[in-house]
Design a protein around this ligand. Sequence first.
Ligand code: ADP
Ligand code: ADP
Ligand code: MG
Length: 628
Amino acid sequence: MPISKILIANRGEIAVRIIQTCRQLNIKTVAVFADADRFAKHVQMADEAYHLGSTDLADSYLNIEKIIKVAKDSGVDAVHPGYGFLSERASFAEALDKAGITFIGAPAEALRLMGSKSAAKQTMLQADVPCVPGYQDDNQSVETLQKAADEIGFPVLIKAVAGGGGKGMKIVEKAEQFISQLESAKREAMNAFGDDQVILEKYITKPKHIEVQICADKHGNVIHLFERDCSTQRRYQKVIEEAPAAGLSDATRTDMLNAAIKATQAIDYAGAGTIEFIMDGDDSFYFMEMNTRLQVEHRVSELITGVDLVEWQIRVAEGEKLPLKQTKIHDKGHAIQVRLYAEDPQNNYLPSTGLLERVKLMQTKHSLVDSGVRTSDSVTIHYDPMIAKLVVWAKNRQKCIREMQNILNQSAIFGVKTNMAFLSQILASKAFAKHNIYTNSLDNNELDLSQPLPAAVTAIFAHHLLHNDHPQQAWHHANGWRLQGEQPLAIQFEYQGEKYTHLVSWEAGEYLIDGKDHYLPQAGDLCHIHRNQVQVIHNNLRYELILPDYEAKASASNANAILAPMPGKIIEVKVAEGDAVEQGETLVVMEAMKMELELKAERDAVIKSVYFKQADQVKADAVLVELE
Ligand code: ADP
Ligand code: ADP
Ligand code: MG
C-alpha cells in the first residue's frame, strides 16, 4: 500500500526531520501540537497542523485517542511516531492498526517484548546472543535478588525492567548497600514507569557503548548499517555519537555486526531498530537492549552509508523490500553528532529554560543541522531541552573532529545556558582524540574539563569591540589603530561566576593586557556578542562572558506571541487589541515565583489579541498576548 500522507506524532527536531524526507518523497504531512507549540517550526513546516490540547503530555503528544482522531479526520495513510513519546508503545501500534492506519514502526509484539529488559535478555540468551551476566527472572523477592547479586559479584547495576532514557538505574558497590539501593531503585521505577520490577547486571567498570543500526523488512530481510560509538555520555545519556566506532578491531566489528543481525532475526521484526551492546576492556561485548525505533543518533549512520533511514522506514511500512542488499551497503568516511542541550554542565546539567534570543547554527556542505527551534522560540520545562543536533561527515575521524569544532566555533546560542563550551572541551580533549572515553568518564570527572581564562580571551574580546565591522576576518587587520595613543581600554566581565577587570592597550604591534600579557589575534579566534553575552572562541575552546550593567530581560515570548514563562498572576496588562507597540515595550507585567516579570514585545507589532486581565492566574506557557 503506497503511503501518500503521514501524521507525525511528535514535535521538535525529529518532527522536522521526518517532514523533510516526506517532502522529498512527495508525501503530504500532518503535524500535531500542544498549546506551547502553537507557533513551533514543525507546525509551520507541515502541510496541515492540528491542535491536540494543553501542554500536559497526557492531553497532547501522549494522547492516543486524540492523535488517532486527527489521523482519521485528516485522512492520513500512516503515522510516524518519531522517537520518545509513543514510538515504543505497543498499544499505540495496535490502536492504529484497528483504525486501519499504518504505524511506521516496529510490530506491536516486538515493541512489547523488547520493552521489557528481562524478556529481551531472556530472548537474546535463548538465541545465543551474548548478554551482560546478570539476573533477569520473574522472582523479585528481596532474598532471591540479594542472592543473585552476591553471585554476580559487586559492583552490580540495578535496572528497571520497564526502564529507558537512562532512568531507574542504581550502581551498588558493596553487598551491604544492596537492600537500600534496591528499595530506592524500586521506588524510582514505580514512579517513573509504574512498574517496580528490576533486573541485575554485572557493572562493567570501563564500558564502551557500541550499537548497531539494523533495518528489516516484512519479507524476512535484515541488514545492518554498521555500528555507532555512543560512549560519550553524562548520566547514562548520550551527548556525542559517531560512526564507525574508532579503534574497534575488524574481527570484533564483524562479530558484533553478526550478533546484531542474529538478535534481530531472533524476534519477528520490521523497520529500523538498534541493538545496543556494552563492550568491556578486553573487547568482549554484550547485548544490553534493543531500541525498537529510530534513534536520536541515526544521522551518523546515514552520513557514512548514504541511506535515508526515514525513507526506508516508510518503504518497509508500505510493504516493500529493503532498497539495498547487505553487499551493496558500504560505509565511507566518518561522522560525528553532538547534541546541543539547553543545560548547565557547571551545575549538574540542570536544564536551562527561557527565550532563545539568538540561534545561529552553522551548516556546511557535509553537515546537517537538525533543530526544532529558531531564534525567538523558547525552551520550556515541558520537553526535552535539546536545541539541536549538529552532524558532520569527513574522510576520516581526525578531519571529522576538526570539522565539528569549526562548526561549533561558528555557531552560537544566546538567551539560555547551553552545553556548547562543554562539547568543545570534550572534542578538544586528548581522551576524545585517542577514543579513551568510557560511558562513565564524564560522570566520574575523568576528563580535566576545568577551563581557566587565558589573557588572550580578553584581547580577542577587546579586538572585536574595536573591529566589529569585520568580525570574521578580524585577524587580518589586527593593527589596533583605535587604541594607539589613547587611554587603555577598560574591559569588565564575569566568567564562571567571578568578576574580572582588565586594561587593554596596543603596544609594538600587539595587544598588551594589564601591562604584562602580549597577544596578537590568530586565525580561528572568534567572538560572538549578543546584548551582554559574549562568547569568545580561542584554540577551539569557548569562553562565555557576561557583561555588567545588563538589565535582565524576564521575558519568554516568541515572535508571534507572548507566553507566560512560568505559572503566576497577571499584575497589569499594558496594551489592548489594535495597539501598535515597539520592540522592547512592556506588554504585560506578571508575578511569578515572588518576582515581577515584565514581558516585552520582541519586535514592532500590532496587538492582535489579549487573552487575560489583571489579577488572572495563568499557567506556564499560556498565550497572554498575540501579535499580528
Ligand atoms: P537514543 O537511545 O535514540 O539515543 P536517548 O535514549 O538518548 O535516544 O533519547 C531518546 C529519548 O529522548 C526519547 O525517549 C525521548 O524521551 C527524548 N527525546 C529527545 N528528543 C525528543 C523529541 N524531539 N521529542 C520527543 N522526545 C525526545
Ligand atoms: P536505557 O534503556 O535507559 O537506555 P540501557 O540498558 O541502554 O538503558 O543503559 C543505558 C546506559 O547505562 C548505557 O549506555 C551504559 O552507559 C550504562 N550501562 C548499562 N548497563 C551497564 C552495565 N551493565 N555496566 C555498566 N554500565 C552500564
Ligand atoms: Mg539504551
